[in-house]
Write a protein that binds this ligand. Sequence first.
Ligand SMILES: Nc1nc2c(ncn2[C@@H]2O[C@H](COP(=O)(O)OP(=O)(O)OP(=O)(O)O)[C@@H](O)[C@H]2O)c(=O)[nH]1
Ligand SMILES: [Mg+2]
Length: 573
Amino acid sequence: MTDILGRVRDTRRPDQRSDPDRLFERLDAVHRFVRAVDGHLPDDRLVAAHTLIERAGARLALSPNHTVVALAGTTGSGKSSLFNSLARFEMSPVGVRRPTTGVTHACVWGPLEGATQLLDWVGVLPRHRFVRESALDGADEAALHGLILLDLPDFDSVDHTHRAEVDRLLGLVDLVVWVVDPQKYADRVLHRGYLREFRRHRDVTVVALNQADRLPPAEVPRVVADLHRLLDADDLAGVPVLATSALTDAGTAPLRGALEQTVAERRAALRRLSGDVDAVVEGLGELVGTAPAEEDLDRPTMRRLIDALAGAAGVPAVAEATEQAYRHRAVAATGWPLARGWRRLRPDPLRRLHLAGAAGDTPSSDGERDSLASNGILPPVPATSVPEPTAAQLAAVGLAVRAVAERAGAALPTPWSTAVTAAARSRLTDLPDALDRAVAGTDLGLPRTPAWWRAVNGLQWLVTVTAAVGLGWLLLGYAVRALGFPPLEYPMVGVAPLPSLLLLGGLLSGVALALLTRPVIRWAARRARWRAEGRMHDAVAETAQRYVIVPVRVVLRAYAEARATLAVAAGPR
Ligand SMILES: Nc1nc2c(ncn2[C@@H]2O[C@H](COP(=O)(O)OP(=O)(O)OP(=O)(O)O)[C@@H](O)[C@H]2O)c(=O)[nH]1
Ligand SMILES: [Mg+2]
């Protein structure tokens, strides 16, 4: 993810960070990221992204002409004093009892239009809102028009609600002025708990070293330098540090000047949101690894999966039955006619499995068949009586599915490999029925009656009829003799009478023909088995795709989309 983080840094160029089009593009990318990973990654990893989308949408819909600035800091640093001094009015009580400010006070410079909705959104109660627009001021305050200044409670308060209020507001405001005093400017909670968290918001962070009047003038630069050093350690190098005093106008002048510039630019809201996008992208970076996911699985892994599924689906048993059925049907169609009756008494091996396996227009996929069945065009494929998978076969399926998930998720960060595993297993319970349907719905390719069966059958009948003619002729001869008529003169072929030759020749030829066709039938039956096996493998492969591979691909595509969108959210290419 270093490339993405690199781009995050890139985007700190001031022009990029306050460019509204760029910001919209980045926010849109975060939005697309969240949509892409929805359902694949745990929700708790996406809270920050959801919050960003919601907050950015709300802020960008509100007044672009106002800049919301918060005065934040430890108790007694002089936030309320600075607030009053900038407003030139006693608006927020200043006290010696700590903490003094318990609720946020707001002061709006200029017309209220747009500011009210902004303050509603920020959540400052109407009774704590003030307007700094007085006829007496003339044009004095014009440079601050558009400023909404918030005086926050202390974050280090003994009262925990103060801290909650500060944390809430720090997530919403456009710019934060951290008010510190010479005694507590190195406060650990301030630096570790807050300033460091604002490292991606350097361009909307200002530090005011207040109560500078309490220091000997020569000490001020030394303390400011020390504060810079601490800010560098907080990864906030370059953040302005202004020495202020709330006691006099001159003391607040540096801060007033900085605020005037911020208000005039009207860019703080955009910069703040850019910093928020940076923070979210950095957090999401660990969810998206460096390597893109391979969508296609390697052949051995696929082969292993299909073989395991084929085993569990009883493909070898059906293939065996197909070979036997071919032999059974071929022998029934081409065998010696006088012995065929016995063969017919034996059941067809495929019918025993409730697999007719006849050739025909079987739909190619079970989805197609399901839809035809649901439309009443086809009867649903009945469950087969293929033997139930053994424990070993089921274990092989489990291992093969796991191997698919491991292969597909190998290069992915943990949450994604977990999602891939879950996806690979998501339809496992539907798999046995789907496999059964796939096998039952496969056209095993057994021919109805091949031409050569018909030819052999014709020959068999020819020789059988020949034998019958011979037999009939001989019987006629016996009958004629028995009735006292002169015996029939049989034509002779060599030394043998023709009817005997026809009978014996017919019988022997029939048996010989049956014996000769045996090896051909065996060879053709093996071919039928291979063909059926191939077709069932195809059907099983399609089922594997639908029930295992497609769900995995959905996750891999989501991952690729997540990577692409996060790269856009991170910064320019
Ligand atoms: N000398 C001097 N005293 C100051 C200055 N700013 C504030 N004070 C005093 O410091 C004390 C605290 O000031 P507040 O403005 O109430 O401080 P705060 O940060 O708002 O405090 P909380 O509301 O409790 O968080 C008050 O007694 C102020 O008079 C300053 O710049 N110089
Ligand atoms: Mg106060």
